[in-house]
Design a protein around this ligand. Structure first.
Ligand SMILES: O=P(O)(O)OC[C@H]1O[C@H](OP(=O)(O)OP(=O)(O)O)[C@H](O)[C@@H]1O
Ligand SMILES: NC(=O)CC[C@H](N)C(=O)O
Ligand SMILES: [Mg+2]
Length: 485
């Protein structure tokens, strides 16, 4: 999962893009980059690491211009540690295009072949984003007749792109001197919102971002979510045009955004992430009440940070005291999105510590938002026991993750998933917990979409049902054999 932002302003945008990326840091910690367009000149800077460490004052000063975009990366394809794969990606024709992408393409093998053998394009990395920007450039080139670029040509290119590309993609591109283009895949798997701020001068300022909290913080009004399959083109003067470019668009957003990835203060596809997490807690409480005699539980505890809203509701609904027994070191980032199991394991220990006064002799019910590899939960159960807990009940506000996620969350291999091929008692034993309770799939779906217009969710990592056609057993075996873990 990555974070993306694009801004068209009447003022220099470098600082605004930087501020937005800081707010999206929870979506990717591997690398970051910003590109700006100063007339027809593109400026770009990218580096490994988090936003605060990556940019020096001189890098920021070089990012001139009133249109810009930025990216924080959580790698799902290629190599998390290679600076060349940090985004934005750049191609010099037509006009000069830079692009940022959140998502993961699932027909990369076909696209690589086509781009090389038919379109005669040079690919220099194993990043799927490099494929995406080259398809865009190729299709844009095919649309252009004179020297000017009009929105019809841009939308024609996106229509073709939707026909060629499969998988998930929320993307923003800067076309040097011409405008900013944003588009979302035909299922709207990854999020993208559009915001506007009136300047008091002619024209408005526009922002496109992964999450709505970026808009709120910058004083933009939320115009709407960009629709699945839709493309939005904004000229340097702030003129905005949009068009539906997909043949059969249907909103099927990723459930994992609501479970874990997004910040709780964002609203995505009309659903408040915080409220969805509260509802997940309510439903989980009902399931817990079915299976656990309440007299057995002394306290409910969250695993900071993401499970707090759900844990609060579990405690309230069960009528059990809510306590924070794990202290979180705020200087360690999110562990799940770190690359490599070694680093993730080490970081859980550095990040969380159990306070023995909260555990001694107690039956604790621990709530996490999800259990994926079990890296966090295994450590947590052990910490709780060492801190003197009597019985440990571990609960997850999401169902068991049993299948690879191929749409922008890095869990490509079934074998690394703790729930894959194991029964509940086997998982509990593996975690060292006395009891283990998961949310049901139907309850997760109902909790997330309740009260909204969304009718379906992308839940493949829980169900094994993939919404794009290219995800076959053969593809999954290839992903398992070749991708990052
Ligand atoms: O089973 P695992 O493979 O360990 O993955 C699941 C855990 O990872 C995430 O926490 P993370 O520390 O990344 O972020 P958070 O602070 O937002 O909870 C998530 O909230 C779970 O705690
Ligand atoms: N998580 C993402 O959105 C990743 C984007 C892209 N697939 C990359 O690996 O860089
Ligand atoms: Mg967590």
């Amino acid at each position: 999962m990555c974070g993306i932002v694009g801004i068209v302003s009447t003022h220099p945008v470098n600082q605004q893009v930087y501020d937005a990326l800081s707010l999206l840091q929870h979506r990717g910690q591997d690398s970051t980059g910003i590109a700006t367009s100063e007339g027809s000149t593109l400026h770009m800077f990218k580096a490994k690491g988090q936003v605060r460490e990556a940019y020096r004052t001189r890098d920021m000063r070089s990012l001139l211009g009133t249109m810009g975009l930025g990216h924080v990366r959580y790698a799902t394809k290629g190599n998390a540690n290679r600076e060349e794969e940090a985004q934005p990606f750049y191609v010099n024709a037509p006009y000069g295009i830079t692009l940022v992408h959140n998502g993961n393409l699932t027909n990369t093998r076909e696209l690589t072949e086509e781009l090389f053998h038919i379109d005669r394009r040079h690919l220099n990395t194993s990043s799927d984003t490099e494929l995406l920007v080259n398809v865009l450039a190729n299709e844009l080139q095919a649309q252009i007749s004179g020297n000017d670029l009009d929105p019809d040509q841009v939308f024609g290119a996106i229509t073709r792109l939707h026909e060629r590309v499969e998988g998930s993609y929320a993307a923003i591109a800067l076309i040097a001197g011409k405008g900013l283009l944003a588009f979302r895949d035909p299922f709207g798997i990854r999020p993208l919102v559009l915001g506007k701020r009136s300047t008091g001068f002619v024209g408005a300022e526009w922002v496109v971002a992964s999450e709505s909290l970026v808009l709120e913080s910058g004083g933009y009004e939320l115009v709407r979510d960009i629709a699945p399959g839709e493309a939005v083109f904004i000229t340097p003067d702030g003129e905005m045009t949009s068009r539906q470019c997909a043949a059969n668009p249907r909103l099927i957003p990723c459930s994992f955004e609501y479970v874990y990835l997004a910040r709780p203060d964002s609203v995505m596809n009309g659903i408040s992430v915080y409220e969805a997490r509260l509802r997940l807690g309510n439903r989980l409480a009902d399931t817990i009440a079915k299976y656990t005699p309440m007299g057995d539980i002394d306290v409910v505890m969250p695993i900071p940070d993401s499970s707090r809203p759900a844990a609060m509701q579990v405690a309230q609904k069960l009528g059990v005291e809510y306590r924070e027994g794990f202290y979180k070191n705020r200087y360690v980032g999110r562990t799940f999105i770190m690359p490599g199991q070694e680093q993730r394991k080490k970081s859980v220990k550095q990040k969380l510590n159990a306070m023995s006064t909260e555990f001694k002799g107690k039956n604790v019910l621990i709530v996490d938002d999800s259990i994926v590899r079990g890296t966090t939960s295994k450590e947590i159960v052990q910490m709780a026991r060492e801190a003197g807990a009597n019985k440990v009940t571990f609960t997850s506000a999401a169902p068991p993750v049993r299948f690879p996620h191929v749409y922008g969350i890095n869990m490509p291999s079934r074998h690394e998933l703790i729930a894959h091929g194991r029964t509940y008692p086997e998982i509990a034993t593996e975690l060292g917990a006395d009891y283990l309770i998961y949310q049901e799939v139907a309850d997760m779906q109902a909790a997330i979409i309740e009260g909204s217009d969304v009718t379906a969710l992308e839940m493949s990592c829980f169900t094994g049902d993939y919404v794009t056609g290219s995800v076959t057993p053969e593809y999954l075996a290839w992903v398992e054999a070749t991708q990052l873990s």
